[in-house]
Design a protein around this ligand. Structure first.
Ligand code: NI
Ligand code: MN
Length: 227
């Protein structure tokens, strides 16, 4: 198993696996935290958790220059198909898409999911990725919920969780999420990009280390970690 997780700021990550690269929630254009340009990113698979612009802003641009397959909920898939994105798969919670080099299972999330113009973007989701013995949960924007126990399943390597509060769970609830999910590594996201979601990630990491069995991995935009 060899995998590297790159943080691009806010909720945008690249997961580089031995035989392919997954990008989660591409938002670089207009992202105050981003240090990369969308045209710098490689992708074989693009996973989209929900329709808010801070998660989908660069879906079409990234899909266009990489020819990656986009996986999203049914409504987001239809939206981008109408915009001319060619390789797009619409699924919904409980469903799994097998990309060959990895499998992504759609899970529920507690959040809204409208497009920037207010149109309906389906339900918000999380993503459980498995590949080459690695299991990674990308929570998306969500509140805490107790079914995270089922998602973790006792053998989770990585949980990527929002900690920004205001629009998602904050630090206290993320600690309970980690206790439910029982990951080996916990990675924070969706904080400090905008004033309402400012958080002290170092304080979060100290609490994760003291109050859970997970190892905290705090990445600055542009940084990466070997999983
Ligand atoms: Ni959102
Ligand atoms: Mn968001």
């Amino acid at each position: 198993m060899s995998a590297t997780l790159h943080f691009h700021g806010h909720a945008t990550f690249s997961l580089v696996l031995a035989s392919g690269t997954v990008v989660f929630d591409p938002f670089l254009t207009g992202n105050p935290a981003a240090v990369a340009n969308v045209y710098d990113l490689a992708a074989d698979l693009i996973c989209v958790t929900h329709a808010h612009d801070d998660h989908v802003a660069d879906v079409a641009a990234l899909a266009g220059h990489t020819d990656a397959t986009v996986v999203a909920n049914f409504e987001i898939a239809n939206h981008f198909a109408q915009q001319g994105v060619e390789n797009i798969v619409g699924i919904n919670p409980g469903g799994t898409y097998d990309a060959g080099f990895c499998r992504v299972k759609w899970t529920p999330a507690f959040h809204s999911s409208s497009f920037a113009d207010g149109s309906y973007g389906g339900e918000a989701n999380g993503i459980l990725l498995s590949s080459e013995g690695l299991r990674l949960y990308f929570a998306g924007d969500t509140a805490l919920f107790s079914d995270m126990r089922l998602i973790g399943g006792g053998n989770l390597d990585v949980a990527v969780l929002p900690i920004g509060d205001h629009f998602t769970m904050g630090i206290d609830d993320s600690l309970q999420a980690i206790r439910f999910l029982e990951p080996r590594l916990a990675v924070p996201m969706h904080y400090n990009t905008f004033p309402p979601i400012e958080q002290d990630a170092a304080a979060w990491a100290r609490r994760v280390a003291a109050e859970t069995d997970a190892q905290p991995v705090v990445l600055q935009p542009g940084e990466s970690a070997t999983l």
